[in-house]
Each structure stands twice: as C-alpha cells, then as structure tokens.
Design a protein around this ligand. Structure first.
Ligand SMILES: [Zn+2]
Length: 198
C-alpha cells in the first residue's frame, strides 16, 4: 500500500495520483497519512457547479477498513471523497473533482438541492451513537484536509449531513461533533436543525 504524508501530498491526491487497491491484510495508513482506494461509486459533476461546500458525516460503521469496503461495493451506491479513521488515518475514495454519493436527497442552507453536485463529502469513523468520541487525531486530519480544500476551492460553508438531509430527520450525523474545533478556519458552519425546520 502506498501512503502519503498529508502535508506534502494532499494537494496532489486531490487530483488523482497514487491510487492503491484495497490492501490485504488491511492496515490503516497512520496518523495524517493518506491512501487512495478508489470507489466505483461516483459520477461526473454537472456543468456550472463550483465546489464550495464540505459536508461532514459520521460513518456509523465502526472502522476505516469496513467503511472502505462498503464504498468498494457497487451495490452500496455510496461513497465519500475522504474517510478519516479515529487514529487520524485518511482514505480517499473519490477525486474531489468528481461527484461522490454521500448526501442523498438534500438541500443546503442557501436552498440549493442536490448537495452532491457542489460538495466534498468527508466521513468520520464514528458509531454516531452520541457517545463515541472524535479523538483529537481524527480532528487534526480533518482540519488538515479542510485547510487544503480551502486553498483549492472557494469553500463557503461547512455543514452536517443532518442539516442538509431531506426530509429533516432522515439523517442525524455527525452526532456530538465538536464544531468549535473547526472555528479557526473562519468558515460559516451550518449544523443541527435548519431555521426553516424550527
Ligand atoms: Zn452521513
């Protein structure tokens, strides 16, 4: 398995070099390291959309390996651009220039539908049971990805899957996520219940 130190290589990985097969036996790439294991579940972004949104998810699936496996299965019809393990390991599944399948039926804070068209999806390995914590190592890796995405794209919001999923209540991830730890990025953050649902 080829893995890359995130600081030196994420900019390259965003574009699509260095893809690896599903490693056997599985080994997490390690803290702040990234391995690209391409998912078959993706499509072309429609013309006329700028990538300006990041959607944060939690996997409910307990490990990075099992989440990666799920995204390898065509039958699952799901993927994300990145999945981050609780140890800060990163798997990329889809190029950010392609459309991953993570949001489902969705509307964002600005009333725009089909959030997959214009967003990057990031999955955090977490049971989403309201108890499983998001370790600092995992937040570190997420933060590093967001810094690079901000540099690359005109990102104007971070949002939760819960906030955008329609009808409201269809999804509740990421539960108990510490949004305040991303405050220094200076991006508007939309999570919890949208105004128009209150
Ligand atoms: Zn989700």
């Amino acid at each position: 398995m080829t893995s890359f130190l995130i600081c030196s290589s994420l900019a390259i990985m965003l574009q699509g070099d260095g893809k690896s097969p599903m490693p056997s036996p599985w080994k997490n790439p390690g803290y702040m390291k990234l391995v690209w294991i391409q998912s078959p579940n993706f499509g072309v972004r429609p013309d006329g959309y700028e990538i300006d949104t990041v959607v944060i998810h939690s996997t409910v699936i307990p490990t990075l390996e099992k989440t990666t496996e799920a995204f390898q299965r065509v039958a699952s019809q799901v993927s994300s651009h990145f999945t981050i393990g609780q140890d800060g390991s990163i798997v990329q599944n889809v190029s950010t220039f392609d459309r991953a399948w993570h949001a489902g039926v969705s509307t964002d804070h600005f009333g725009r539908q089909n959030v997959n068209h214009f967003s990057v999806g990031i999955e955090l390995v977490n049971l989403n049971d309201g108890k499983d914590p998001y370790p600092q190592a995992q937040i570190d890796a997420l933060h590093a990805i967001l810094v690079v995405l901000k540099r690359r794209f005109p990102i104007k919001q971070l949002t939760s899957h819960e906030y955008i999923a329609k009808p409201f209540g269809r999804k509740n991830d990421p539960t108990i996520f510490p949004w305040e730890k991303l405050k220094d990025l200076g991006l508007p953050m939309y999570f919890g219940k949208p105004e128009n649902e209150k």
